[in-house]
Every structure is written in structure tokens, then in C-alpha cells.
Design a protein around this ligand. Structure first.
Ligand code: PHE
Length: 343
């Protein structure tokens, strides 16, 4: 059955209106305010409602088809106008700058978790009467090895995979050279800690990083014993982890201490029962310690008959990982802001 003339006329008008709306919307600098567009096309006496009025003259099937078309056109006009000025700010087509809104907050920086932890560690040892010493990260072989009783060819040099700058200049593999530098310039009694960066040729993984931090401790005086060392370490452990923490010393070997030990803190995640952090042992290794080897005193000219001393190291990242439940050491060096902002 052929379409009625009214239907043909309506079809043309729908198409024309579609075009007219597009033109009005893309009007460039002559753009019409949204509210005026809304009234012209969607208003009670607007163009769309004019189209609806013509439906009465159509046959039933024609009315269905045209009705759907007009509705679709109405919806597309509504959604095109949806983002543009509401009736409250009629006439303001696009206001992109609202001077009453608060400004963008600049991101606020904060200290790196290791910096904050180092401050805590320093403050704990200051209270116990230690002062803070410093030494270079680019170190001579003499301070990093020789004066610590690790002569050339000694297997202990192999233990620490060293970055060499030149034949006798290295990136320090531990903070122990600061022991020597301090004793060279100070007479006993000496009570220092030396925090700082160290370097070893380790392949990075969850527990290894070629750059890491240690805190060295050194105490030399008359009558210093291993018991003093245990007391200081226990006091530190309690300061960091609370009064329930336990410490233990295991016999070990370092050329610059005799006797030597490695010391552990009880695992705070499983309270010593055994978990993935402590690899089922209930203990987490912190570092090495011992009584200063008299040979080291000879290097710095201290009288080893008169003085004794203890020294200890401390893996700062290990403490941070325990304290903050961080399971991958690399996070401390990647500086992903999403990680750093959690501290
Ligand atoms: N310097 C040793 C290391 O890096 C740790 C240590 C320090 C051991 C002081 C004994 C005394 O492994």
C-alpha cells in the first residue's frame, strides 16, 4: 500500500528538523544559548511537538513508524542538550571556569619511609648515649677491607661482591669502614652509630638490592663486654618492636670482630611460631655483631690491652620490611608514589 501524502510530508519534515538542530548546535560563534535551543526544539510549542501533532492525519501503521522516528529524534536532541546549561543558568552556554570552586590542591610531598625509619633509629641510639658519625660511600680498599682485617686474597672479600671504581677505590660494601675513620680521629671512649648507603653486586630480587642501608654501631671503652652489646641490641629491639620482642645471637665469623655473631629478632607476624616472612623459623636475621678484634685496634693505634669494644651492623631495609609488612625490598627504591603515600 502506498504511503499517504501526509506521511511523505512528515518524513521530509523529520529529516529537515534533524538537519536544523545539527546546524543550530554547530553554530560556531553564533551559537544559540542552550535554553533557547531547548525551547525551540523541545518546548510545548516547539518543532518536535509540531511533528507529533501531525500524527493524527496518518493511517495506523504510518503513525507507528513515524511515532518511533519522532521519539528517536526527540531523545537524540535531549541527550545532545543534556550537558549544556540548565534552566537556572539559561543563556550561559558553556562556563568552563567557576571562580567559586576551591583550587586544585598541589600534591604534598613526604619523607621516604627509610628516611623516617633512620630518624627513629638515630633517636633511639642517641637516647642510649651514642652520637651519629658519617663516612664516604666511595671508599678506599684500605678502609673497606684492609684496616678491618680483611687482607687482599682473604675469602671474606669474595663474600661481599664489590663494585670497583678503580683498583683500590670501591663503593663501600658495608658501613664498617666508618668504625676505622672514627677511631682514627677520636680517642676512647667512643660510642657512635653510622647510618648510610652501601652497595653490593647483588641481582635484585624480593630480598636483595644492589643499594641498601646499614647502621653501624661501635662502642669502645675500658671494660666493655658482650653483655653490653646484648643489652643495647635488646633495648633497640624493644624500642622498635615493643616489649614482647626476643633477640638471639648465633655464632658467626667476621674478620673484624672476635668473637662474632649474627643476631635475629623474633618474627612479629607469627610471634615466633613460623610463617613465610621468617621462612618458618620464627626468627628474622638483622645483621652481624661482635667484640672488636684487637687487630683492628692495632690499625687505629688503640691500646688493645686497655680497651675493649663491641660493633654491630644493622640492615635497615630488613627492619623496615618487618615493621611495615613489606615483602619486597625493591619497593623502597622504585619510588612508586602509590607505595610511598602509604607511609
Ligand atoms: N659489616 C658486616 C656486614 O655487612 C656486619 C657487621 C658489623 C658485623 C659490625 C660485625 C660487626 O655484614
Amino acid at each position: 500500500m502506498a504511503n499517504s501524502p501526509s506521511f511523505e510530508k512528515l518524513q521530509n519534515e523529520i529529516t529537515a528538523l534533524e538537519g536544523a538542530f545539527k546546524d543550530a548546535l554547530d553554530g560556531g560563534s553564533n551559537a544559540e544559548p542552550c535554553e533557547s535551543l531547548r525551547i525551540r526544539f523541545l518546548g510545548r510549542k516547539g518543532s518536535v511537538s509540531g511533528l507529533f501533532k501531525q500524527l493524527g492525519a496518518l493511517t495506523e501503521t504510518e503513525r507507528k513508524t513515524a511515532g518511533l522516528q519522532i521519539n528517536a529524534l526527540k531523545e537524540s536532541i535531549q541527550s545532545a542538550l543534556a550537558g549544556c546549561g540548565s534552566s537556572e543558568n539559561a543563556g550561559v552556554v558553556e562556563r568552563t571556569f567557576d571562580p567559586t570552586l576551591p583550587g586544585d590542591m598541589p600534591p604534598i610531598g613526604r619523607y621516604h619511609p627509610l628516611t623516617m625509619l633512620l630518624r627513629e633509629i638515630k633517636s633511639c641510639f642517641r637516647r642510649m648515649g651514642f652520637s651519629v658519625a658519617d663516612g664516604p660511600e666511595v671508599e678506599t680498599e684500605y678502609y673497606n677491607f684492609e684496616a678491618l682485617n680483611i687482607p687482599k686474597g682473604h675469602p671474606a672479600r669474595e663474600m661481599q661482591d664489590t663494585f670497583f671504581i678503580s683498583d683500590d677505590i670501591v663503593l663501600r660494601t658495608h658501613t664498617s669502614p666508618v668504625q676505622i675513620r672514627t677511631m682514627e680521629t677520636q680517642k676512647p671512649p667512643v660510642r657512635i652509630i653510622a647510618p648510610g648507603r652501601c652497595y653490593r653486586k647483588d641481582t635484585p630480587d624480593a630480598t636483595h638490592s644492589p643499594v641498601f642501608h646499614q647502621v653501624e654501631g661501635l662502642c669502645v671503652d675500658e671494660g666493655i663486654t658482650f653483655a653490653d652489646l646484648k643489652g643495647v641490641i635488646l633495648n633497640f629491639a624493644r624500642y622498635m618492636f615493643g616489649s614482647d620482642v626476643k633477640i638471639r645471637f648465633r655464632p658467626s665469623f667476621f674478620p673484624f670482630t672476635e668473637p662474632s655473631a649474627e643476631y635475629d629478632f623474633s618474627c612479629r607476624f607469627c610471634s615466633g611460631k613460623g610463617c613465610s616472612v621468617c621462612k618458618g623459623t620464627g626468627w628474622v636475621e638483622i645483621s652481624g655483631a661482635g667484640m672488636v678484634n684487637p687487630k683492628v685496634f692495632d690499625y687505629v693505634g688503640y691500646d688493645s690491652e686497655k680497651y675493649t669494644g663491641y660493633a654491630f651492623g644493622m640492615g635497615v631495609e630488613r627492619i623496615a620490611m618487618l615493621l611495615y609488612e613489606v615483602h619486597d625490598i625493591r619497593l623502597f627504591f622504585e619510588n612508586d608514589a602509590r607505595f610511598l603515600h602509604q607511609f
